[in-house]
Design a protein around this ligand. Sequence first.
Ligand code: GAP
Length: 504
Amino acid sequence: MNSSKQGGIIIENNSSTTVEKIVSLAKRRGFVFQSSEIYGGLNGCWDYGPLGVELLKNIKEEWWKAMTYRDDVEGLDASILMHPRVWEASGHVENFSDPMIDCKKCKSRYRLDVLGDSFSEKKQIKAIESLKNKLNDKEDLHKKIDDIYANPGDENPFNLVLENDQLGVLLLEELNCPQCGNKNTFTEARKFNLMFKTFIGPVEDSGAVVYLRPETAQGIFVNFLNVQSASRLKLPFGIAQVGKAFRNEINTKNFLFRTREFEQMEMQYFVNPKEDTKWYNYWKEMRLEWFKSLGMTPSKLRYHDHPVDKLAHYAKDATDIEYEFPFGWGEIEGIHNRTDFDLGRHEEYSGKSLKYYDETVKEKYIPYIIETSAGASRSFMAFLIDAYYEEEVKGESRVVLKFNPRLAPIKAAIFPLVNKDGLPEIARKIEADLRKSLKVFYDDKGAVGRRYRRQDEAGTPYCITVDNQTLEDQTVTVRERDTMEQERVGIDQLAGNLLGKLHY
Ligand code: GAP
């Protein structure tokens, strides 16, 4: 466990955090609840409680400000349901699927491309050895396995063998179901489309099928010319959108990391094809800086550039911004050079021109798109985990969420030291004044030390206490969450003082 000492406070570094601790705190303090909990929950769906909804809103607001409070990006809010042809043009109907297998005995369902991760390294080696023995003298297949293991890129080679058309079925025969333990009980792999289907109107036939969008991006692509002409934008420019997306993930896992309903914050930046690399690099840097500017630990952030042979068919360049979660590095945002693929496909499928007339070169062309695609829910989880600290202060322990003040769900809490002598009345007046511009919380229950602890756990950056000195000089104490230092501030200065500290 990593710990350090700062000014008499022993700090357990947030690297010792577990997902279980976060899930438990999230429920106890009202950040996140399991969806439909009283009915046993709905897998892969979560509800944001009073503190969670504020944190999520603040993350989205910060993103919106960073991405659209500039002269080259406009906002959009497209509908979740779109014309079904959109998803044919985008390739989702054909390709948005995971290879899936079932255990014939216990009916557990697995994604083939990550099944290997359920087995220890020892078991994986043993299964590959058995497979090789079974293959006897089939030298070409032996060579295939060796080639995969010699060159796995950043994938688990065991999973690559599983995904191989010739080898996968044979390797599956060597494996036990991770759930029931039976051997050789897997079905053949089949494609499972991740889009949720529903019907528009009263008739449930194939002509009425629509999909819940699996990404917000397509709403931007099909509105490209609408926004461009309405806002009289010239290249390069971007369109930003925040909204829900739905994916019928086979395996949901790790709390908010992979869910079936989630929110995305996406921006598509339309550029002259000759300038694509410049803008790709620009957004790659900007997006990593955004996470850092909101206090995310820099050493827990990194890029994962996709190797050329692993790029999606439409992409020229792609990188993931990854955060080091307690279960390992995981993508929180993708930055992609999508070339002219999306607009080209929508032009082809709709029969409508999506070309842009570039006055500077007197030419019509389909712009390239640089996409920044962040998960709001995944960022929420990363910000929550990153803020979590356990500390020992003068022999007492405290849990504290060290959110950047701009993200903190509650900005200030107001306490009367005691519930008499006119202190509650003054505290209530301060609360009412601050509430006009800030999300604040009033608490008069229990010892003041415990009230501080409750706010530390909610991530509230400032606690204001009205005490007996207030009656004499109209000042209050303002206690800062991380250092726990206190200063006296005049009541008439309080709003300005706090707004300044919160960078509003
Ligand atoms: N338009 C491109 C796109 O959707 P993606 O990599 O599939 O790209 C972008 O998704 C981001 O959306 C991811 O980096 C992640 O933060 C979030 N995301 C994707 N699937 C998710 C899921 N099942 N649950 C939560 N967040 C998800």
